[in-house]
Design a protein around this ligand. Structure first.
Ligand code: OSB
Ligand code: MG
Length: 374
């Protein structure tokens, strides 16, 4: 495979409704897309970094900067082009390893090159990653609302659409009450979980134990990203299983968290861990330890959504993921929309991602384009 260059394209997409989490409120998504151009095909990557470093240290400007300044020049160097020529996308992580962090940028460039490679081979992401299902159950992440009635009507709407699982965003002051209200209104059969995005400390353990009464599938990332031992201590005090999101940034940190008893479940987000290939390694590791995993989301366009659905079809993904329909966040997606079918989303089967941006729609949301020649 011979890369001619990579396009860095920023798009700005309004959300259908504000999405509030414990770290902030989003009303639009400013996304960095990568297009890898090879002699044989074009491939798309999506960088999941948010606008501000509030979920993780990465933010979209920083990821574009590190790509332009360090990561893409490394891939374009003589050693880079030689390794890509020999091994394709499988060489990306190793080539970029000397540069610390910035996993969302690394994941995006690996995704773009993998997509180009697979399109040239006529092979899908699902087949390449090891998908064993042709559709996966779809969960929805529900933001913090201004009132309980507003939350209940949002949840009712998602359940009416058929979502297979509901995740409520929580923070101090918005936790036991909304969970109790959703359980009371919609009953014990709804698959329900919560996500705190690091908003609590170990001193909140007794309060968080009140959530044990509601038969939740899991509580996601209650404590700080680096507080693995705190999660292990909390796990001993809660009946609700602990799931890590922010704390797991690699297969190595996943192994440590599992060994230390910090989580019974892992949310795998390819961007957070440096790519789909590392995501698969975490899946394999977790499966070997009997730890359940599910596929997280970062409010992706149809591109990232398609790849996430392929990943979520691996056998160890035994819990419904945040792989919702495009319409959960976007009135108009840049690809053919991902749609809900009987509470499931379909694993794409076409070459590569199986979806591509629709040129007119892409142009409408584009705010800048930069070409890096190899
Ligand atoms: O913590 O899972 C998270 C969105 C942005 C940043 C972090 C998170 C989220 C979500 C979900 O909860 C969403 C999705 O894409 O469905
Ligand atoms: Mg999360």
């Amino acid at each position: 495979m011979k890369l001619r260059g990579i396009e860095l394209r920023r798009v700005s997409m309004p959300l259908v409704a504000p999405f509030r989490t414990s770290f902030g409120t989003q009303t639009e998504r400013d996304i960095l897309l990568l297009k890898a151009v090879t002699d044989d095909a074009e491939g798309w990557g999506e960088c999941v970094a948010l606008s501000d470093p509030l979920y993780s240290a990465e933010y979209v400007e920083s990821q574009q900067d590190v790509l332009r300044r360090f990561l893409l020049p490394r891939l374009a160097s003589p050693e880079g082009t030689a390794a890509l020529g020999r091994s394709g996308a499988a060489a990306v992580a190793g080539l970029l390893h000397p540069y610390k962090g910035h996993r969302m940028a690394k994941a995006a460039v690996e995704m773009a090159i993998l997509d180009a490679e697979l399109r040239a081979l006529g092979r899908s992401f699902g087949r390449e990653l090891g998908a064993v299902a042709d559709r996966v159950p779809s969960g929805v992440s529900v933001g913090i609302h201004d009132s309980i009635p507003a939350l209940l009507s949002a949840v009712e709407g998602y359940l009416d659409e058929g979502y297979a699982r509901v995740k409520l965003k929580i923070e101090p002051g918005w936790d036991v009450e909304p969970v109790a209200a959703v359980r009371e209104r919609f009953g014990g059969d709804v698959l329900l979980q919560v996500d705190a995005n690091t908003a609590y400390t170990l001193r909140d353990a007794r309060h968080l134990a009140r959530l044990d009464a509601f038969d939740l599938l899991l509580i996601e990332q209650p404590l700080e990203e680096e507080d693995v031992l705190g999660h292990a201590a909390l796990a001993r005090r809660l009946a609700t299983p602990i799931c890590l999101d922010e704390s797991v940034v690699s297969a190595q940190t996943a192994a440590a968290a599992i060994t230390l008893g910090a989580c019974q479940i892992i949310n795998i987000k390819p961007g957070r861990v440096g790519g789909y290939l590392e995501a698969r390694r975490i899946h394999d590791l977790a499966a070997a330890h009997g730890v359940a995993v599910w596929c997280g989301g970062m409010v992706e366009t149809g591109l990232g959504r398609a790849a996430n659905i392929a990943l979520a079809a691996l056998p160890g993904f035994t819990l419904p993921g945040d792989v919702s329909a495009s319409g959960r966040f976007y009135r108009t997606d840049i690809t053919e929309p991902i749609v809900l079918d009987d509470g499931h989303v379909t694993v794409p089967t076409g070459p590569g991602l199986g979806v591509a941006p629709i040129p007119g729609l892409l142009e409408q949301v584009t705010t800048s384009v930069e070409w890096i020649a190899f």
